[in-house]
Design a protein around this ligand. Structure first.
Ligand SMILES: [Zn+2]
Length: 123
């Protein structure tokens, strides 16, 4: 007990002057000659690699609009869920729920069969 007290008091006394000394040291012009340009603009793309895709709302569009049967003739609607090359966009990117994603897939395939949508665009 007594050791703690005796050990503490000199430390507490020493903290303030040390901090003051370090503050003085940092304030010295020794830092001046260093180029300050290191803090430039960083590339926004992180290690995630998701930057290519649109970030949509993560809510099922068909649930919110209460669309039960997905109209396969509605090309505009379907094209929102088809990538440029004709692929169906995965659910985790569109936010469509499982049920509607299945219906959507069927609708897209139907639409493909009647040539409303491409199977795959040529690259
Ligand atoms: Zn849904």
């Amino acid at each position: 007990m007594s050791d703690e007290i005796t050990g503490k008091s000199p430390e507490a006394g020493a903290v303030a002057p040390q901090a003051a000394a370090s503050a003085e040291a940092s304030a010295t012009p020794a830092r001046g000659p260093r180029p300050a340009g290191s803090g430039g603009p960083r590339p926004a793309a992180g290690p995630g690699g998701r930057g290519k895709f649109f970030r949509r709302k993560k809510v099922c569009k068909f649930c919110t609009e209460k669309i039960d049967a997905i109209p396969y003739r509605d090309v505009r609607l379907l094209q929102g869920f088809v990538a440029e090359r004709g692929k169906i966009v995965p659910r985790r990117l569109t936010g469509v729920c499982t049920t509607h994603q299945r219906r959507l897939t069927r609708a897209i395939k139907q639409a493909r069969n009647i040539a409303l949508l491409p199977f795959a665009t040529r690259h």
